[in-house]
Design a protein around this ligand. Structure first.
Ligand SMILES: C[S@@+](CC[C@H](N)C(=O)[O-])C[C@H]1O[C@@H](n2cnc3c(N)ncnc32)[C@H](O)[C@@H]1O
Length: 425
């Protein structure tokens, strides 16, 4: 789901997203194009408008700007390995290694270790965009405890406000985030955002920046913008564009930035917050008049429009358990369908709401959607254990072994091209 809202500036242009509202895409019949519902409002009344049908853009993957393409050669070859004749991708190797490293079901959480041990366990290397900028001067206030990641089930997790967020912060997860970023750019034909701040902004806040890839690319494309990325984990690179900086903080706590922003970016933060309304309100309160908040999030579970996803298939079970686990943990995964209402309640105007589909694999016939499906399979299949371990062990009291068995079965479903499922994105 994509939502952009303009604060206190009713005259802002409408940001109708590209795409088309269609019936269920099937391999045999309909072209697989994103489904888009656009909600626009100029005051307080939301009007839902169906976007007109238009041909899908087959040239999408070639239109990503130069910075995104910098990561492409390595990713493309990994993708080729995953879907070509090679028996196993690097990601699969990582996952197997992770399974082996899981100690036992009754030793799911261990205390933090020393910084050296942690860095080694995380597997940092100098060429990875996810290398932490641990010695970076702007992060001088970082304490050792923030760098000492928590170990749980063979993965590492953030230590600031420990236990809040459900994905690991190690190399496999950080690589997955960079792959997911590429899928986002493909979805929007190379664009980094959809709102008018595509043309540039003065002061930008990237909430839950992760590896910082979006912040760095936005800063590169807009040298006049000052871009700040903030995250619980210090996993951002040391060498960044001069107009980009990273901070480690818990954004559920009080915000201490003294000057307002004119653009706040929120992506892939589903399941992060106990009170999404309060978070959106903070965004509103920290934007200058006419500023924009743009939110991109998926929702759970995955969907299918043509009845080819069996009710009892493993991937749907996994997604439903994750949804329930996240609710039990008090940070639900399925909030994004309500974002437009949440924005409106916070005071935003000119709200635009869009729905997109990420096919589970290459099942669609349409070229762009097939490409997106390949990237999505690479993203989700490669990150499966990281995505679901904490939600199912912490939230549903499942054992590591039970979770791994379900993930293995779900992996088969993810690769099954007769299942025409998609992740709402
Ligand atoms: C799925 S990642 C998305 C990263 C990035 N936005 C992207 O799209 O690539 C979610 C990120 O939100 C961060 N996060 C979750 N809760 C947070 C909080 N309370 N304060 C700061 N960051 C948080 C996590 O550490 C993680 O890096």
């Amino acid at each position: 789901m994509t939502v952009s809202g303009d604060e206190k500036h009713p005259a802002s242009p409408d940001i109708a997203s590209t795409g088309a509202a269609t019936t269920a895409p099937t391999e045999e019949t309909a072209p697989e194009v994103p489904e888009v519902a656009t909600a626009a409002e100029s005051s307080k009344g939301a009007e839902v408008v169906e976007a007109p049908t238009e041909p899908a853009d087959a040239a999408a993957e070639t239109s990503a700007p130069a910075k995104a393409s910098a990561i492409l050669p390595a990713l493309e070859s990994a993708l080729a390995a995953a879907f070509g004749t090679a028996p196993a991708s690097a990601t699969e190797v990582n996952i197997d290694a992770n399974v082996e490293s899981v100690p036992s079901a009754d030793a799911q959480t261990t205390e933090t270790e020393t910084t050296e041990e942690t860095d080694e366990a995380v597997g940092f290397n100098d060429t990875d965009s996810a290398v932490g900028s641990l010695e970076y001067t702007s992060l001088a206030s970082l304490t050792d405890s923030i760098r000492e990641f928590r170990h749980e089930n063979g993965r590492t997790y953030h230590s600031l406000s420990a236990g809040k967020y459900w994905c690991p912060n190690d190399d496999p997860e950080n690589s997955r985030l960079d792959v997911q970023h590429h899928a986002h750019r493909l979805t929007f034909d190379g664009a980094l955002c959809c709102c008018p701040k595509q043309a540039g902004a003065k002061r930008v806040l990237d909430l839950g920046t992760g590896t910082g890839i979006w912040s760095m690319e936005y800063a590169d494309e807009h040298p006049d913008a000052e871009v700040i990325g903030v995250d619980l984990s210090p996993i951002q690179p040391e060498f960044v564009p001069p107009n980009c900086s990273f901070e480690v903080d818990d954004i559920e706590k009080e915000w201490t930035w003294s000057r307002p922003f004119d653009f706040i970016w929120w992506r892939a933060l589903l399941g992060c917050f106990s009170d999404p309304q309060a978070m959106v309100q903070k965004c509103f309160d920290n934007l200058e008049p006419g500023g924009y908040l743009e939110m991109h999030d998926g929702t759970f579970p995955l969907e299918c429009d043509d009845g080819t996803m069996p009710e009892d298939c493993a991937i749907l079970q996994l997604a439903n358990l994750a949804k329930e686990g996240s609710a039990r943990l008090g940070r639900p995964l399925d909030v994004s369908p309500n974002y437009a209402k949440i924005m409106e309640a916070a005071g935003f105007v000119n709200i635009v709401f869009g729905k997109y589909k990420w096919p589970t694999n290459s099942w669609p016939r349409d070229h762009k959607m097939k490409t997106l499906g390949n990237w999505t399979l690479y993203n989700v299949e490669g990150g499966l254990e990281g995505l679901f371990l904490a939600l199912l062990t912490r939230g549903m009291n499942m054992t590591v072994e039970e979770t791994m068995v379900l993930c293995a079965a779900a992996r088969k479903d993810l690769r099954d091209r007769s299942i025409h499922a998609y992740w709402p994105a």
